[in-house]
Design a protein around this ligand. Structure first.
Ligand SMILES: [Fe+2]
Length: 389
């Protein structure tokens, strides 16, 4: 969870009246809402609204976003090229899921349209990696600006609008987590602060800096997703009417270029790149970094089998030292149980290198991932044989 944050006016104690002049129905208070992350046992925030957040005027079914997985008859490596797709729809309806299991949905999205209505994911935390684009995330907690190479972390039940600047076409990797996305516990000291030596610090996590109150008594639709189902809630007022809040549940950004890579005399194992985690998977950042310094160091990763793990790499920027044939926005899936390693020639090619400019996002899952129809359409069936070349 990001560190405790506090914006706008708050009463001196939780769960007591936050008084104001007049107000909704002349009741003379702001209306408290407690937003939690896992029942009532984990991180939470307390928000104060102009009006009760429960004023729903209409509830209607709004269709589904079904995910079609494919049956694979063999276990093999995959290389899914995603640099040329055109998507339709907006940042919600335009998502193309590629790899899924019960813990995570990994999708690509190039929204063609502005987000048509407010949106809220009721059952998944969302991490939106901004490969290209910039803009603002608008929520009841305030506005969070984002830019290229940001991870935009949006806790479940955060109603939001993502607004993109027109100058650059947005290109996104969208990760939906069934469990709560958080900071790896080993990065935290016993006092809950990011440890010295962790690959980022609190200063690198950017939440809202001021509240942005919308005081509008009007019908506002909110599209709510839970699993594949969509429901449209029409609220009787704009839900971004929070005058103050505090806590540890709020959206924030972290820029991949702010990751502080840990390097060594010889090759460091993948967990040094870990950035976030959620039940069933981790997110890692392969950021530009110095390479290993031992005079005989092999500077690309050793061959290995993924044991109880499926390994997904999304190639963002730069030259990826251990792979040949991957492009911008390529996705490789090296599944459980079969070895992969550096492509032929890359060990020798890296011998004289002292640093790498690669930027990639890795998602390692505990449970096997299924490919969707889109993923198989863009998959290179020759990839398993690419280590022979
Ligand atoms: Fe690997």
């Amino acid at each position: 969870m990001p560190p405790y944050r506090k914006l706008g006016p708050l009463p001196p104690k939780r769960h007591i009246a936050h008084r104001r002049e007049g107000g909704y129905r002349g009741e003379g208070i702001y209306y408290e809402e407690v937003v939690t992350t896992a029942g009532f046992g984990r991180a939470y925030s307390i928000c104060y609204h102009l009006r009760p957040p429960t004023r729903v005027r209409n509830v209607e079914a709004a269709g589904t976003l079904p995910i079609e997985t494919s049956t694979e008859f063999e276990l093999r490596h995959h290389h899914i090229r995603t640099n040329d797709f055109q998507s339709e729809g907006d940042v919600v309806t335009g998502r193309l899921p590629l790899l899924v299991n019960d813990d995570v949905i990994i999708a690509r999205c190039r929204p063609a349209l502005p987000q048509s209505e407010l949106y809220r994911n009721a059952t998944a935390d969302e991490v939106i990696f901004v490969h290209q684009g910039q803009g603002t995330l608008q929520t009841m907690f305030g506005v969070v600006p984002f830019r290229a190479f940001d991870y935009v972390v949006i806790p479940r039940c955060t109603t939001y609008r993502l607004e993109f600047d027109h100058a650059v076409r947005p290109d996104l990797l969208v990760i939906e987590a069934t469990g709560t996305v958080g900071i790896p516990p080993r990065y935290l000291n016993p006092d809950g602060q990011l440890r010295m030596g962790a690959p980022y610090s609190e200063r690198d996590l950017h939440g809202p800096t001021e509240v942005s109150v919308i005081d509008k008594e009007e019908d506002v639709p909110v599209l709510i997703k839970d699993g594949e189902r969509l429901t449209r809630y029409t609220l009787a007022h704009h839900p971004f009417d929070v005058v103050g809040w505090d806590g540890m549940d709020y959206p924030f950004t972290f820029n991949a270029d702010d990751f502080e890579p840990i390097t060594g005399k010889v090759h460091q194992p993948p967990p040094v790149h870990q950035t976030f985690e959620a039940p069933g998977f981790v997110i890692c950042t392969f950021a530009p970094r110095m390479l290993d310094t031992h005079p005989d160091a092999i500077k690309v990763p050793y061959a290995h089998s993924n044991v109880q793990a499926d390994e997904v790499l999304y190639y963002v920027r730069g030259h990826f030292g251990s792979r040949r044939g991957v492009d911008r926005a390529s996705i490789t899936l090296h599944p459980r149980g079969i070895p992969h390693g550096p492509h032929p020639g890359t060990i020798v090619a890296s011998r004289e290198m002292t640093r790498t400019d690669e930027l990639a996002v890795m998602i390692d899952t505990v449970r096997p991932l299924a490919l969707t129809r889109h993923a198989l359409e863009w998959d290179d069936p020759q990839y398993p044989y690419s280590w022979l070349e």
